[in-house]
Every structure is written in C-alpha cells, then in structure tokens.
Design a protein around this ligand. Structure first.
Ligand code: NAD
Length: 303
C-alpha cells in the first residue's frame, strides 16, 4: 500500500481477471478511485457476464477503497464512452485509463476466418481506441492525464496469431500517435508488453522462460499513472515487465539508407540492395525454426 495515486481517478478495462484485476486492485491500494470495466467473457470473447467486474469492485471496497463497475464491451464506441462517463459521473474527473481487455482466437493465417480476425482486432485495437478517444477529450480539457495501452512481445510477429499480433502492433502505433498528439495538453501515453501467469498465458503453446505475476505488471502501471512518471517525462514508450525483468523497446527507425542517382528500377534495386541497405535479420524466424525442430523431437519448446 502506498499513495502513488492519491486523489486520482483511474479506469481499467478487462479489470475482472488476470492483469487488469491486479492493476485495478493495486491502483485502489495506492489511493485511486477506480472504474472496473470487464465484459466478463471467455478467453475467446464468448459468453459475457457482469459478475466479474462487480466482484472486483467488492474486493476493492472490502479493502477500504472506492470503485464502480462497468460491464460493457469496450470494442463498441458506446462501451468505451461509458467507461469514461462512469469515472466523470461518479468521481468528477478521469486521470488515467488502462486498456487491458483482450481475447484470443488462434488460427494459422491460411485458415483464419473473418470471425477470428474481426473480434480480436476489435477488442484489442478498437477497444483501446474507444477508451482513448473518450478519455482524451476530457484529459485535453483538464490539461492532464495518462493513457496506457496493452501490447505484447507478439507485436514482432506470431506464427498462429496474426490477428492478435497485428492488433498489438496497431496499439503501439496508436499509443505513439496519442503521445505525439496530446503532448501539448499535458497528456502522456505509453504501452506495456507484459508476461504474467494468467488464464491467457496458460494457453501459450510453449514454455515461457521469463514470466512473472500480474502484480509485477500492476506495479509498472501504477508507476506510469503516477506524478513520478510525469515528472520523469515518460511518454511514447513501450515497456516489457516479466517478473524481475523490466525492459524498454526501441523506437522504430530506419536502419540504413542508400541513395541512387536518377530513378530506381526493379533491376537497379536488385543489383544495389544486397550490398547497401541489405536486410535486418528477424530474430523470431530463428527462434521459430528452433521450436519447430524441438517439436519434431517431441520436446516442449522454450520461448
Ligand atoms: N498474460 C500475459 O502473459 C500477456 C502477454 C502479453 C500480452 N498480454 C495482454 O495483457 C492483457 C491482459 O491479459 P490477461 O492475461 O490478464 O488476460 P485474461 O484473459 O486473464 O483477462 C482479460 C480480461 O479482458 C476481458 N475482456 C475481454 N473482452 C472484453 C471486452 N470486449 N470488453 C471488456 N472486457 C473484455 C475478459 O473478460 C477478461 O476478464 C491482454 O491485452 C493481453 O493481450 C498478456
């Protein structure tokens, strides 16, 4: 228990279970009043129930904190708006939003159906947009606020979750856009790529060598929501937290450039590219090849 978030109002999506629940409990324990959003669905997004959001509100209240439940689907504009409205109506302001809600529908790209693509992208990417959109309108007027998106190491690429990977990559670009567009209004935006034991990570078809608990992730989120992170100028960043490990991801940038005289043609590029700009090797390709070999031997691969 601390007072990192004393007086603040924070909304957390996907706060009924796993990492979102740990974030909501930690934010409340550090003094925030919390909007607990959860649609209460299965890992694949099916079978909603309002009970999980309400039960986390009860946990926060039992510990002496203040919280309200919103059991809406944040992949809709109205759902995202209601999460923010609940904060403003109940507590008069919104200082931070943390978009943790997520689902999985795993399938190889060549077999993936529209019903597997659309809900995954809608929950992660649009579900971050709907809440950022509603919150940033209030934060711009307040001239203060913090937006936090949840991405994944899988934004680098994924063998069997192209939908999830694409959505998580999109969240990073959305967060960086929010950081750029809202900087002058005193609003920061950052992304977290966690690795923690939850029902979702239990589905990963490999042994995760670097993994922690949802509470580790919550500690990072509480810091990012706090005045300390604001004073330290933290915005536009992507952090991984995995048990004892805390890491920052690089900003995307051009690696090498070369220039031609006159115009490019496909043939000139074919002659010129290998010895000049070349390629940037993809580490995950090597790891995947190793995993395929291990699987062929019957071992459970490590990540
Ligand atoms: N656990 C990990 O190691 C890990 C790794 C990388 C990224 N992540 C990301 O962290 C976030 C949390 O994951 P988790 O492991 O705690 O998962 P989880 O399945 O335990 O919790 C996700 C919660 O989101 C809720 N939810 C789903 N769709 C919703 C919607 N439309 N509206 C509101 N709530 C909705 C679910 O009901 C559930 O309670 C996700 O965005 C996930 O992609 C987790």
């Amino acid at each position: 228990m601390g007072n990192f978030l004393a007086g603040k109002v924070v909304a957390v999506t996907g706060a009924g279970r796993g990492i979102g629940r740990a974030v909501a409990l930690a934010a409340a324990a550090d003094g925030a009043r919390v909007v607990v959003n959860d649609y209460g669905v299965a890992v694949d997004g099916a079978s909603p129930t309002s009970e999980v959001a309400e039960s986390v509100v009860k946990e926060i209240e039992a510990a002496g904190g203040e919280a309200v439940a919103v059991a809406d689907d944040i992949s809709t504009m109205a759902g995202g708006q209601r999460v923010v409205d609940a904060a403003v109506t109940s507590y008069g302001r919104i200082d931070g939003v943390v978009c943790v809600a997520g689902i999985l529908r795993e399938r190889m790209l060549f077999n993936m159906a529209e019903e597997e693509w659309d809900p995954v992208v809608a929950t992660h990417l649009k579900g971050t947009f709907t809440v950022f959109r509603a919150a940033s309108a209030v934060m711009r007027k307040q001239r203060a606020g913090t937006l936090i998106g949840f991405t994944s190491g899988n934004h680098q690429g994924s063998v069997s979750q192209a939908n999830y990977s694409a959505a998580k990559g999109g969240i990073i670009s959305l967060v960086r856009s929010a950081a750029l567009g809202l900087h002058k209004y005193g609003v920061s935006a950052n992304a977290v790529a966690p690795v923690a034991r939850t029902r979702m990570s239990a589905n990963v078809p490999m042994e995760l060598t670097e993994i922690g608990e949802p509470e580790d992730v919550a500690a990072l989120v509480v810091y990012l929501l706090s005045e300390r992170a604001k004073e330290q100028g933290v915005t536009g960043q992507v952090y991984t937290i995995a048990g004892p490990k805390l890491a920052v991801w690089a900003q995307p940038r051009e690696l090498r450039a070369a220039y031609t005289e006159g115009s490019w043609t496909p043939e000139r590029i074919a002659d010129f590219l290998p010895g000049t700009v070349g390629v940037d090797p993809m580490p995950l390709l090597e790891r995947v090849a190793g995993m395929e070999k291990a699987a062929a031997r019957g071992d459970r691969p490590n990540a």
